[in-house]
Design a protein around this ligand. Structure first.
Ligand SMILES: Nc1ncnc2c1ncn2[C@@H]1O[C@H](COP(=O)(O)OP(=O)(O)O)[C@@H](O)[C@H]1O
Ligand SMILES: [Mg+2]
Length: 375
């Protein structure tokens, strides 16, 4: 019998579940690396290694011993750092270290956008040594956020200079590199665009509408896919996103482009992840709404196999994911569950978690539900 091909998966959380299951289904042996916490991936994997995502060289050494044929992750930017580092060292398919460096740091990303004519809010790099009275005049509202975190940690919107120094200190505190951005506030509706790229050719799969708690912290409360937008806007979004992916040199695998569209149809990029959108967007929603096996395709690319070009995406159904972070969300979920129980596709709610009235980051959730949107 021919030996099974092997894939390394970085991270063992719920978001990796779809990846592990898909790779197994494709007949690939799964080797999962993550900090041991009892996550689902630990038991789903053929082989589990309790090594933290940050220990890139330790993971690399094991990957060489195992002789992996591909490496991948759905989740965080931190995981993508390890994925692309190891892919680079072992000559596997991924994105370049340069692309990884830029897309993991919101400041480098803004610089790259500005240099290449991509529409992006004005942004100033600050740290604890910045004298706020010396900043150039700012037009409020503004956004203050860490350069290198995720999940809306340390993000704040300010309507006036009052509290600026405090907001900067909070964002710097959250930042790994102890730096933050003070940015022009982009107005309008928020969307993400789900992409697959192959050898530098970009294919937009769908546009997702994002819902948040709004100011000041912008915690994601849910997503709807496909977003209810005109074909004209969709084409405009495609142009901006295609160009921005080239700017960031993201050439292989999934990408998640976040942007806002104001009342006049002007687009501003928020940020781009060189990976699938988390929050079940990449792992579940894309296939449910388009019929496209997104997870299978990114596994194929990571394994060095070809994908179908262009990918075939259809309009299968409208789906959403809702997160339960506030009491009102729990009521909304209970209502859908009562009225249209058959519209719930997948859900997990831990009612023991006490809901706060004003959550400050996505980790204060007590559950999620994926559902078919019924108009
Ligand atoms: N310049 C900006 N203008 C308007 N809203 C912004 C801006 N930057 C961030 N936001 C809001 O804050 C959220 C989180 O910021 P983001 O840069 O995406 O960080 P994270 O890595 O935490 O997702 C965004 O989804 C958006 O709602
Ligand atoms: Mg974001």
């Amino acid at each position: 019998m021919e030996a099974k091909r092997k894939i390394a998966i970085i991270g063992a959380s719920l978001f990796q579940e779809a990846l592990i299951l898909k790779a197994s289904e494709m007949g690939i042996e799964t080797h999962v690396f993550a900090w041991k916490t009892g996550d689902i991936g630990e038991s789903l994997a053929d082989y589990f290694y309790p090594i933290s995502t940050r220990e890139k060289d330790k993971i690399l050494a094991r990957c060489r011993e195992i002789g992996i044929d591909g490496i991948i992750s759905i989740g965080s930017d931190l995981a993508m750092d390890a994925v692309n580092y190891i892919a680079d060292k072992m000559g596997l398919v991924g994105n370049s270290l340069e692309a990884t460096r830029i897309s993991m740091n919101k400041h480098w990303m803004r610089e790259a956008f500005a240099a290449n004519g991509d529409p992006s809010p004005k942004s100033i790099l600050v740290d604890m040594d910045t004298d706020v009275s010396e900043l150039p005049p700012l037009e409020y509202p503004i956004i203050v956020k860490p350069t290198d975190r995720s999940g809306s940690r340390g993000v704040n919107k300010l309507e006036s200079p009052e509290g600026l120094a405090r907001a900067i200190a909070a964002a710097v505190q959250e930042s790994f590199e102890k730096k933050a951005l003070v940015e022009e506030f982009a107005t309008g509706d928020e969307y993400s665009v789900e992409y697959i790229s192959y050898h530098g050719r970009h294919y937009m799969l769908t546009v997702t509408q994002k819902f948040t708690t709004g100011a000041p912290h912008f915690i994601e409360t849910g997503h709807i896919q496909p977003a209810p937008i005109s074909d004209e806007l969709k084409e405009k979004i495609r142009k901006v996103a295609d160009h921005a992916l080239d700017t960031l040199k993201l050439e292989n695998g999934a990408a998640h482009v976040e942007l806002k569209v104001d009342a006049k149809g002007n687009i501003k990029l928020i940020e781009i992840g060189g990976r699938m959108g988390g929050d079940f967007i990449g792992s579940d929603l894309v296939q449910l709404s388009t019929g496209y096996d997104f997870v299978g395709a990114v596994v194929s690319i990571a394994m060095g196999d070809a994908i179908e070009e262009p990918p075939v995406v259809r309009d299968v159904r409208k789906v959403g994911v809702g997160f339960i972070t506030q009491k009102a969300d729990l009521e909304q979920y209970s209502k859908i569950k009562r009225k249209h129980p058959d519209s719930i596709i997948k859900d997990k709610v831990d009612r023991r978690i006490i809901l706060k009235d004003d959550p400050t980051n996505i980790y204060e959730r007590c559950g999620y539900y994926i559902y078919e949107v019924r108009e």
